[in-house]
Design a protein. Structure first.
Length: 257
């Protein structure tokens, strides 16, 4: 069969446009494709919710790709092992309560399973603003990440979402926009972003799950974003809390609707 370059181009453009149009109004929009965002996408899509995830980088997976200091093994605690087992990611016991897994297998498997569950993932897209109606965040304002990186003046576009999850990690990108551009009070003790504290793995893993919650009308926070929002410590290269947080935020949204 002879290949036609124009047909190839049209196939990409038409199928992408169709996919994007189907995601202009969704049940849940997740910002940040790290482990907590991908796990949340899986559970929400599996429950029948219409889910879209926006990742600013070329590859979803967040910090999980690099394990610890680019040693691409991840550590999880026993409480989170059942999540990797459910996804079919192989683990090995290191010592009692500690398990390791190949970082690449973990990222690619969770990402694939989330897509197969029905979630849609767009890479190279960033959130630069939110839409607010009657005191509730109702949508995201998005643009191409390369546009942002190049400093080009290109107007963004919008998508509507009933619920939004900030899983952008240390950056808390969605919450920073809300804090900077609106008068909404966050559900933190100060009403504002508290900021991330220094590393303390045990306490950070506990607080990551504790801080996973709705933080303002229409917006939930999960993963490292949760600790950065509520003033918790960072956890370093252990990923159990991230996985558990992704499942918890999905369960909260499912229970609320």
């Amino acid at each position: 069969m002879a290949l036609d370059e124009v047909v190839i181009t049209r196939a990409i453009m038409e199928r992408f446009t169709q996919k994007f149009l189907e995601c202009t109004s969704v049940d849940v929009a997740i910002v940040g494709g790290g482990p907590s965002g991908l796990v949340a996408a899986y559970y929400l899509a599996s429950s029948g919710r219409k889910v879209v995830l926006f990742e600013r980088k070329l590859s979803p997976g967040g910090g999980m790709w690099g394990g610890g200091m680019m040693f691409n093994e991840i550590v999880i605690q026993s409480e989170a092992k059942e999540i990797l087992d459910m996804f079919g990611v192989r683990t090995r016991e290191y010592r009692e309560g500690y398990y390791t897994a190949d970082a690449i297998e973990a990222v690619t498997t969770i990402c694939s399973r989330s897509l197969r569950a029905g979630a849609t993932i767009f890479n190279c897209m960033s959130v630069e603003d939110v839409m607010i109606r009657e005191g509730r965040v109702t949508g995201l304002v998005i643009n191409w990440s390369p546009v942002e990186m190049a400093g080009l003046h290109v107007d963004p576009m919008t998508i509507a979402a009933r619920d939004i999850i900030d899983t952008t990690g240390h950056a808390t990108e969605v919450l920073k926009v809300i804090e900077r551009k609106t008068d909404m009070r966050l559900a933190t003790p100060s009403g504002k972003l508290m900021g991330e504290r220094s590393m303390w793995a045990e306490e950070a893993e506990r607080q990551t799950l504790e801080n996973t919650r709705q933080i303002c009308p229409g917006v939930y926070v999960a993963g490292m974003s949760a600790n950065a929002a509520f003033g918790g410590p960072r956890m370093g290269p252990i990923f159990g809390g991230m996985l558990l947080s992704g499942r918890k935020v999905a369960e909260l949204i499912i229970a609320s609707s």
